[in-house]
Design a protein around this ligand. Structure first.
Ligand code: F6P
Length: 523
């Protein structure tokens, strides 16, 4: 029996409220004389650089109502089985609830006790974290962003199956003073299990007789970790109703706590909980995730921007782009709606970026003068956590300048006049002004954090989680499954067997078959 009646789901292009929203957006404009700020969980979200009009706001409310926004939000926050294709809840908000269910409270308490005991006993000079995707990016991001409180231990990361990743991680470390933390929801990810085996071999080769006594496992399959030899007291659990890319709030935060302190992961959870509370009760016009989602759907599915660039003007947020790449693209990279039909409009954008001002010297040329452009999320912190106030002012000035230039562009007339005034020949000035013109009219959001605290980071990440949920609701797709990653994994294990000469397949394309033959011959 299907978990939903496909007949109940209207494919988006057939929805009158969608047609009205699309028409309103197509006929809206940038209202540069209107300041659109939304306050949420200590963050300020500036939506002024998106097309808007009374008609778009009215159509947006009608569209969300037609998609059952209130009911869907309630179901998500109540832990109902909103992940229909896997018949699961997506209850990441429970992980940061002030009064969580017993199992969550128990694991939070176990993590805190483990970290406090290790700190008290001065255990482990280094931690090697093994995990990939949602079992990796959040740990990297939170550790990097919140290292200001001082690193307690060296934290090294191993995600890629490429042996260089593990080699780099263990280089210079004392095996006797290194804790291996393996994070894997499924405990079946081949890269992670292979890297774990190599790391345990490294301990064994150093003469450590009980290597698994130096292993902590964080997984939704604790029995698999215990069967491998990890002591039960060092196995921490999260659950199948926690998506991998939504799992930082769980025991997955343990390595962050080992590196920069337990108060960091607790602060991150508090900030996320504050954003949850905002999302749960703010009316649509002041609901930051909903407003970000509506702007995102307008930019993607109506105005045709194929990508979203993340420009975080803070060097400590270098992992925000890859974190959001997985969160957004693994959630919204779907083309079939809940009824099993083609969605009928463009869905999840490609998400990319790097911290500003580095991006200005890398791809802002494309953002300003490229044929397509992209929507941009600018993120900045009002206060720095360093002493150089002038450099921080320069950073923020660059952020604001780039955003304004994307929106307003430059005047070819003014540019031409300037060149003529400098004595340039008219035909040269005319010709050059065409090359130098920034066309403008490119949308962006500005998200302002008071400063980069664990609380603000948690609020920021939860903002994006809920934005993605609302965009999926509008498009009618499931943001919580990831069927698209399965085929490649299965193919890889088959090709690996062929590279070992243990199997042969005639189903390969000519090129793949050629390289399997070449690589097999050279082994
Ligand atoms: O990329 C597919 C995926 O399943 C992600 O959703 C997940 O975060 C990652 O692989 C790692 O999975 P696991 O935590 O089960 O090792």
């Amino acid at each position: 029996m299907l978990p939903l009646d496909p007949a109940d789901h209207v494919t988006l292009p057939q929805l009158p409220e969608w047609q009205a929203f699309r028409f309103a957006v197509q006929n809206a404009s940038f209202c540069t004389d209107e300041l659109r700020l939304v306050e949420a969980a200590g963050l300020t979200i500036d939506l002024s650089a998106h097309v808007t009009s009374p008609a778009t706001r009215e159509a947006a409310a009608a569209l969300l109502a037609a998609r059952g926004f209130e009911q869907a939000r309630k179901a998500l926050l109540a832990g109902e089985h909103v992940n229909k294709t896997e018949d699961r809840a997506a209850w990441h908000t429970m992980l940061r609830a002030a009064e969580p269910i017993d199992a969550v409270a128990r694991e939070h308490r176990r993590v805190r006790e483990f970290v406090q005991r290790a700190d008290a006993q001065g255990q482990w000079k280094a931690v090697i974290h093994i995990g990939i995707g949602g079992s990796d990016w959040g740990v990297r991001l939170a550790t990097d962003a919140c290292s200001g409180s001082g690193a307690r231990r060296t934290l090294k990361f191993v995600a890629n199956i490429d042996g260089h990743a593990l080699e780099d991680a263990i280089l210079g470390l004392d095996p006797k003073d290194a804790l291996i933390v393996v994070t894997s929801k499924s405990f079946t990810t081949t890269e992670t299990l292979a890297n774990l085996r190599r790391a345990v071999d490294w301990l064994t080769q150093a003469g450590i007789e009980r290597p698994y006594d130096q292993v902590v496992a964080i997984t939704a399959r604790p029995e698999a970790a215990r069967a491998l030899g990890v002591p039960a007291a060092q196995v921490f659990e999260f659950w199948d109703w926690v998506g991998g890319r939504y799992s930082l709030w769980s025991a997955v935060g343990l390595p962050v706590a080992m590196a920069v302190g337990i108060d960091v992961i607790e602060g991150i959870r508090e900030g996320a909980a504050a954003m949850d509370a905002h999302f749960a009760q703010a009316p649509i016009d002041e609901n930051a995730p909903a407003q970000l989602a509506l702007a995102g759907v307008a930019n993607r599915s109506v105005l045709g921007y194929g990508s979203l660039s993340i420009a975080a003007y803070d060097a400590r947020l270098q992992f925000l782009a890859p974190y959001l790449q997985q969160l957004d693209m693994e959630s919204l990279g779907k083309s079939v709606d809940m009824a099993g039909n083609p969605v009928g409009v463009s869905t999840g954008p490609s998400v990319w970026g790097m911290p500003g001002t580095d991006g200005q010297h890398t791809f802002f040329q494309w953002l300003h003068q490229g044929t397509d452009g992209a929507a941009v999320d600018f993120i900045m912190c009002r206060e720095a956590d360093h002493q150089w106030t002038e450099e921080h002012a320069m950073l923020l000035a660059n952020c604001l300048a780039q955003r304004q230039t994307l929106l307003q562009g430059t005047s070819a007339d003014a540019d031409r006049t300037g060149m003529l005034a400098q004595g340039m020949a008219p035909d040269m000035a005319e010709w050059l002004s065409r090359h130098r013109r920034h066309q403008g009219g490119r949308p962006s959001t500005l998200i302002v954090l008071p400063r980069l605290t664990p609380y603000a980071l948690g609020a920021l990440l939860a903002l994006y989680e809920h934005k993605i949920f609302v965009q999926a609701l509008i498009w009618g797709i499931n943001p919580f499954d990831q069927w698209g990653v399965e085929a490649g994994k299965k193919m890889a294990s088959g090709i690996l067997q062929e590279l070992h000469g243990q199997a042969r397949s005639t189903a390969h394309d000519l090129s793949t078959q050629h390289w399997i033959s070449v690589l097999t011959a050279s082994r």
